[in-house]
Ligand binder design. Structure first.
Ligand SMILES: NC(=O)c1ccc[n+]([C@@H]2O[C@H](COP(=O)([O-])OP(=O)(O)OC[C@H]3O[C@@H](n4cnc5c(N)ncnc54)[C@H](O)[C@@H]3O)[C@@H](O)[C@H]2O)c1
Length: 347
């Protein structure tokens, strides 16, 4: 037998974000149609988890220490056992409350436990709200490799209350907006210009400005995710800054945050691609107002390991290292990154 069956991946995600939306969780869960819920949360947001669990009548509350170490197969197994003990069934929704590490882990468990149970993602960091929790990618690290095991499965419901961000430490709060700048730089000139206006208020952690920037991030990322389902390959646009950024993050070995590396990576990739000064100057100015670093760190300037590291990037094909850069603001173009250009850009 040789037959082919083409399925179109069809799924629906409902996204509810804004100040005070936590109060709507009981009603939103009822509309989801699951018959019970289990809250899995980062210790850092334990008071919010307790409040939510009581409001929705959760079957169990499972706390975890957030951070990259939680994204492991050992945690997947522990969580599956805890879900069994709590009496979870196929109609029990898993509600993940935490940063991108918690939403990645619980998203993976929700996609695989009993071959899939309802998933409610409640991101509590700016990075998770603006990026990690959107688009359905989930997974855990394995064998020293990041996101080595994972699936793509959209959450059934995503709820993000900007009030949850109040307790975020300053560097963690700022980090998520680097990803918003990245998206606007290659996808949407109007959003980029609006971010320039909002940046001082975002830096002051003004709720309305934060809310508006998160709304832009969601609109831009979901447009790409939807287009990707139909056209394929569209997600590569979101890789701006990440090829050099990831290499730098590996070299820095924990000394620099992911968002800091992406900010530095975006500017280095623009230099490597010879992007016109007016574009890079606006990009650099916006990142500065948002408190992101912009200079390539002296400790790694000219480091030969950068080239070996960028060649490990998942997007490398036939030895070519493609990067997406904004030729004009709001319009990304794919160009090859060469060894010489990388050396000059990171000198
Ligand atoms: N799935 C995707 O498409 C995707 C995209 C980008 C990033 N990611 C993943 O996201 C992860 C990073 O996400 P992150 O930056 O949110 O990391 P994180 O989950 O480690 O959270 C950062 C820190 O903030 C703390 N925290 C969380 N919410 C808090 C709150 N409201 N108040 C105070 N502290 C709080 C956490 O305990 C942690 O120490 C990485 O593992 C990355 O691979 C996934």
């Amino acid at each position: 037998m040789d037959q082919r069956f083409d399925f179109v991946r069809r799924s629906t995600t409902r996204i509810v974000v804004g100040a005070g939306v936590e109060a709507r969780l009981p009603e939103l869960l009822r509309e989801l149609g699951s018959d019970s819920a289990i809250v899995i949360h980062d210790h850092a947001v334990a008071p919010i988890a307790t409040r939510i669990a009581s409001a929705i009548g959760a079957r169990a509350v499972l706390p975890l220490a957030g951070g990259e170490a939680v994204k492991s197969l050992a945690h997947v197994g522990d969580l599956a056992s805890a879900l069994r003990t709590a009496g979870a069934t196929r109609r029990t929704a898993l509600l993940a409350l935490g940063g991108g590490t918690i939403t990645d882990l619980v998203g993976f468990v929700a996609a695989t436990f009993l071959r899939g149970v309802p998933f409610v993602s409640c991101p509590t960091t700016t990075l998770a709200l603006c990026d990690a929790a959107l688009g359905g990618k989930n997974g855990v690290d394995h064998g020293g490799l990041k996101n080595e095991l994972g699936t793509i499965r959209q959450p059934d419901l995503l709820v993000g209350d900007v009030d949850w961000l109040r307790t975020l430490p300053e560097p963690v709060f700022r980090e998520g907006f680097v990803e918003v700048v990245k998206k606007a730089a290659v996808l949407d000139a109007q959003h980029f210009a609006r971010l320039e206006q909002l940046a001082p208020a975002i830096a002051r952690r003004d709720t309305a400005a934060t809310d508006e920037a998160i709304g832009m991030a969601i609109a831009m990322k979901m447009a790409v995710v939807l287009a990707d389902e139909l056209e394929g390959d569209r997600r590569r646009w979101l890789n701006f800054g990440h090829t050099i950024g990831h290499a730098l993050e590996t070299l820095a070995d924990g000394a620099l945050r992911h968002g800091e590396c992406v900010a530095i990576g975006m500017l280095a990739e623009c230099r490597a691609a010879g992007i016109a000064a007016p574009v890079t100057q606006r990009l650099e100015a916006l990142l500065r107002v948002l408190g992101a670093p912009t200079a390539f760190p002296r400790a790694f300037a000219g480091d030969d390991r950068l080239w070996s590291l960028v060649r490990l990037d998942k997007k490398v094909r036939d030895g070519r290292v493609p990067i997406v850069v904004p030729t004009t603001l709001g319009a990304g173009t794919e160009v090859p990154l060469t060894h010489t250009a990388l050396q000059q850009a990171c000198a």
